[in-house]
Design a protein around this ligand. Structure first.
Ligand code: TMP
Length: 254
């Protein structure tokens, strides 16, 4: 960790200068935070699992043509990614009422939504990531209308694909958060998926029992937090302990 120049330290990851220009090393920490940094904790082994889970999901998404920043996993806690200009907007895709949406509208948690809903939040720790509309985003120049269009189209495609992938291993994808970045190639700009996809930024419930297997175990003090992350990795067939054949892929649940 000390070999490279540290570019940025976030709540769950550290970014280092990559080995070649235009690359970055993402280091996954075990630190967890919630409620806009009011709650802190360590989830032992989370960084290792999220590195694997995000690698797996980004690779599958890449295979269906979703452009991502992911290049390759380097070791247990680090992955190499393309350097992108992060768009300061978080997109939340929701299929089932939970979390802040359930609270805001008084909808019982677990209620399926009439259709998938996308929300935008402005990335700002000082402001507590306020929810914003397309009007705010384009008026304040955080993203162009075409960027927003691309982000929305990609998010819906990611939602369709991941909903099916998780259903195949007995998990309901309740909601998740995505971040995108701008990548320039041959004078052309592309919007690509960035950050990570892991139980830190997805809600995943067991199909049969509705057991929560994501960061809500930490947020709500449900216990067995590490086990939740491990169970997601296990069902995806990527638990590091499972040896050299640990990229066998998901185990279909009937
Ligand atoms: P919310 O219901 O708390 O708004 O969260 C919706 C989804 O977004 C949930 O899967 C958790 C994820 N999320 C993040 O990844 N980062 C955040 O800062 C917040 C508030 C939520």
């Amino acid at each position: 960790m000390t070999r490279r120049r540290r570019i940025y330290e976030g709540k769950a990851k550290v970014l280092f200068e990559g080995p070649e220009p235009g690359t970055i090393v993402q280091y996954f920490k075990d630190d967890a935070s919630a409620f806009h940094n009011k709650k802190h904790g360590i989830i032992t082994g989370k960084g290792v699992l999220n590195n694997r889970i995000s690698e797996y999901l980004m690779m599958r998404l890449g295979e269906i043509g979703v452009p991502t920043h992911f290049v390759r996993r380097l070791n247990m806690r680090e992955q190499l990614v393309r350097e992108v200009e992060i768009i300061p907007i978080e997109l939340k895709v929701r299929n089932v009422a939970a979390g802040s949406l359930a609270k805001r509208f008084g909808i019982p948690e677990g209620t399926p939504l009439p259709r998938s809903i996308i929300e935008y939040y402005y990335k700002s720790d000082e402001l507590g990531d306020p929810m914003v509309s397309e009007e705010h985003i384009t008026a304040f120049g955080w993203a162009a209308p075409q960027d927003l269009d691309d982000m929305m189209t990609l998010s819906l495609r990611i939602n369709d694909y991941l909903t099916g992938l998780f259903l195949g291993i007995g998990l309901r994808l309740i909601d998740f958060k995505l971040e995108f970045g701008r990548l320039w190639e041959n004078e052309e700009m592309h919007i690509v998926l960035a950050d990570e996809i892991s139980p830190d930024n997805c809600r995943l419930w067991d199909v049969k029992t509705n057991e929560k297997l994501d960061k809500d175990r930490f947020r709500e003090d449900l216990g067995k937090v590490e086990e939740g992350y491990q169970e997601v990795a296990r069902r995806l067939g990527i638990l590091p302990e499972s040896g050299p054949n640990d990229l066998m892929g998901p185990k279909i649940v009937q």
